[in-house]
Design a protein around this ligand. Sequence first.
Ligand code: HEC
Length: 208
Amino acid sequence: MVDSWTAPALTAANPSGVPWTQAEFARYLVTGAGTFHGVAAGPMGPVVHGGIAELPESDIAAIATYLGDIVGAPEADAQQSPVVLASIAAGKPDPAYRQALGERLYVSACASCHYSVPENGVTAARPDLGINSATREADPSNLIHVILDGVAVKEGSGGVVMPAYREALSDSQIAAIAEYLRASRTGLPAWENLDQRVADLRAHVGTH
Ligand code: HEC
């Protein structure tokens, strides 16, 4: 353990589904990301980006060779490994599942909070986005503002917070969510030039 992060064994005992190989060690040590073993996060970040990155390539290659020899796995095409194929299949149960970008983003970014169940009806602390003016106005500004900057403690119902997505979502991603909500919830005419509207409002420094 390092700072409550686990440092997995770099031997055949490593728990990954795909064995580490010399090529994968090299990718990881040079770029900070292995294709089959994730990224150098936590205490490993500075080791790669602040330390190993300074080494000559030949030294990194030598470390990778040494570590690869310890694991002793063959350099096989890991993309075709049964573990990889099974994991990809499990992550996509139905090929038609939520292919539309807006719906995918909505499900991952918004639906954990914004859902209503018939038994409880609609509640104020968890606004139902299909019925409020934000999605039904002829102008999408309010919806875009709320997605960009959230709702702070001193707005809305006191003490309740809606997170801001300014740093997390791009203009076109926010536009895709707005387009999706408008089309799937309201049946009203689509908003036009949404990407540009998001870019304008993102750049606009208002007083609220
Ligand atoms: C962590 C929970 C949470 C997440 C995630 C979340 N919201 Fe909210 N949202 C809230 C809460 C709580 C409020 C009500 C805030 C208040 O009343 O102070 C709110 C309010 C809103 C409002 C204003 C209500 C209205 O209809 O006028 C909109 C619009 C909205 N959210 C859209 C979104 C969208 C779009 C996403 C995804 C990009 C999202 N929210 C993600 C919790 C969340």
